[in-house]
Design a protein around this ligand. Structure first.
Ligand code: GLN
Length: 513
């Protein structure tokens, strides 16, 4: 399928040769801005969810118990990341990347509108909104990252640098989103916070409309399958969409009810099973040569590391969010900051530390030390493990007071700092490792596998999120120590395997190992 020629739109060569955005193509500015606003809305809404759902009916919340609310957040966040698999498939076979991003943005905006309308229609509109955001983000998130890659057909350091700029955009959006919607949602009214997240997505949508054609030209407007395959993909997608609509309508009509905790537990096992089956399939039927087998084995190991890491790290909107609300003295210069503001600490650290990390990897490389990706993952897991282990101290202070003491805000701040150091050693490294290690014909699927690890981590983080509860204080140290120990155990597995992997990869064609 060829792209329609747009009058005035630049050609592919003009787009990729452009250097007018800090030395990068202007198209990156478009993607930076759109993804910034999308993450503004995503991270703006997410921490409000558990606070709103657990708030008493008298405070205009749903009055749900913490375990159920934590599970809903886990299912939601896991859904968002899992949906990138079908979202990528639809873009590859039918819509093309640009149109997938556009429709994704439209559906997300509708989702936010629906959530804002839950002021009138309560639970139905609220949960419908969450489902729409999952579907829309599935179409947007992976595909917009793929367009970033397409801006640098030559790959290499310039592409890495482009991704670094883009990762900053993600976190600028996250920071602003949490500050704005957190303040409005907690201090003014829940639905104002929800509405602000929606306005952010609307700005992203309009930005894409105005800038995409002019700055991205034909990039991401074509698909590389035959017209008949496109027609088939359209049919399959529309049939699936119809099935989803039916399920939603049946749920709204009260034909079935769901138990979020049971679903979250079931999905956790289902994703683990899916991942095992997928890797087994690749090894048995994937026609991998011996070099590819080695690389896929490393990817499988990185998958385990990433899932363990996200299961801890993604507790920010669940358990650590509740810890901020219930057990943290949030007075800064005499003003009590909203609990959700603590969510921005991580993204502020990412924005400020990302350049430090870029310099660190370069400085190490100059000294002839280039840590392999499993080594960087191990470091990431250890830092995150320490971040949770240290939380045992404030947990003890709270327990010793019978649950009434509020601990210093520094505990969470330092924990988030350590988690961010872990994130920067693992997350961008993982993304680029997937593209480097994946056998060429499986690149897209391997990105899906990467997000599958994030989905699994989010589910687990949601399931354990309810463990922070003034009524059940003894669960808190158990959660922190179990999280830390799991991270240390997985880091230990990496430590044992680093040398054999290095030897094994010496004969591999993959650049990074
Ligand atoms: N914080 C990053 C983002 O929002 C990574 C999230 C993830 O992969 N789990 O894109």
């Amino acid at each position: 399928m060829t792209a329609p020629a747009h009058a005035g739109a630049p050609t592919v060569n003009e787009v990729v040769a452009d250097r007018s955005f800090f030395g990068h193509p202007r198209g990156l500015r478009t993607l930076f801005a759109v993804e910034m606003w999308e993450r503004f809305s995503y991270y703006g809404l997410r921490p409000l969810l558990i606070l709103f759902m657990t708030a008493a009916i008298a405070s205009n919340g749903f009055g749900l118990d913490r375990t159920t609310a934590g599970a809903v957040v886990g299912i939601y966040a896991a859904g968002v990341y899992l949906a990138t698999l079908p979202g990528g498939w639809i873009a590859d076979r039918w819509l093309g990347l640009q149109r997938a991003v556009w429709w994704g943005a439209v559906i997300i905006a509708c989702g936010h509108l629906s959530i804002a309308l839950s002021a009138l229609f309560e639970k139905k509109a609220f949960f419908l909104g969450l489902v729409l955001i999952v579907i829309g983000t599935g179409l947007l998130k992976g595909n917009i990252s793929a367009i970033v890659g397409d801006l640098y057909p030559e790959g290499g350091a310039r592409r890495d640098s482009g991704f670094a700029v883009y990762y900053m955009g993600i976190n600028v959006g996250a920071t602003l989103g949490q500050l704005v919607t957190g303040y409005l949602g907690e201090k003014v009214g829940w639905h104002l916070g929800f509405g602000a997240a929606g306005v952010g997505m609307l700005i992203g949508l309009i930005t894409f409309r105005i800038w995409a054609r002019r700055t991205l030209g034909p990039i991401g407007t074509t698909v590389s399958v035959s017209a008949s395959e496109t027609a088939k993909a359209r049919k399959v997608t529309l049939a699936a969409a119809a099935a989803v609509v039916l399920v939603i309508l049946a749920g709204m009509a009260g034909l079935y009810s769901v138990n979020p905790v049971a679903i979250a537990e079931y999905s956790t096992n289902a994703i683990i099973g899916l991942a095992l089956a997928y890797f087994a399939y690749l090894f048995i039927f994937g026609k991998l040569d011996s070099d590819e087998r080695k690389r896929v084995a490393v990817i499988a190991l990185l998958f385990v590391g990433a899932a363990a890491f996200w299961a801890a790290f993604e507790q920010a909107p669940t358990s650590l969010n509740l810890f901020a609300r219930d057990f943290t003295d949030r007075h800064v210069f005499g003003y009590e900051i909203p609990a959700t503001w603590m969510q921005s600490v991580n993204s502020i650290f990412v924005v400020s530390l990302a350049p430090v990390f870029a310099a660190l990897w370069l400085a190490l490389a100059r000294r002839g030390i280039s840590p392999s990706s499993p080594t960087k993952f191990m470091a990431g897991l250890i830092f995150c493990g320490i971040a949770f282990y240290m939380m045992l101290i404030p947990a003890d202070i709270v327990i010793a007071s019978g649950g009434v003491a509020k601990v210093s805000i520094w505990w969470l701040t330092i924990s988030y700092l350590l988690q961010t150091v872990g994130e920067l050693s693992l997350s961008p490294v993982g993304l680029s490792s997937m593209t480097k290690l994946a056998p060429r014909r499986f690149t897209g699927q391997m990105m899906g596998v990467w997000f599958m690890a994030a989905a699994l981590g989010n589910l687990i983080a949601g399931l354990v999120g309810g463990s922070i509860d003034p009524e059940k204080l003894d669960l808190m140290p158990k959660l922190f120590s179990r999280t830390a120990i799991s991270l240390f155990v997985v880091a230990g597995v990496f430590a044992v395997l680093i040398i054999p992997i290095r030897n094994m990869m010496k004969t591999s064609s993959a650049v990074d190992h």
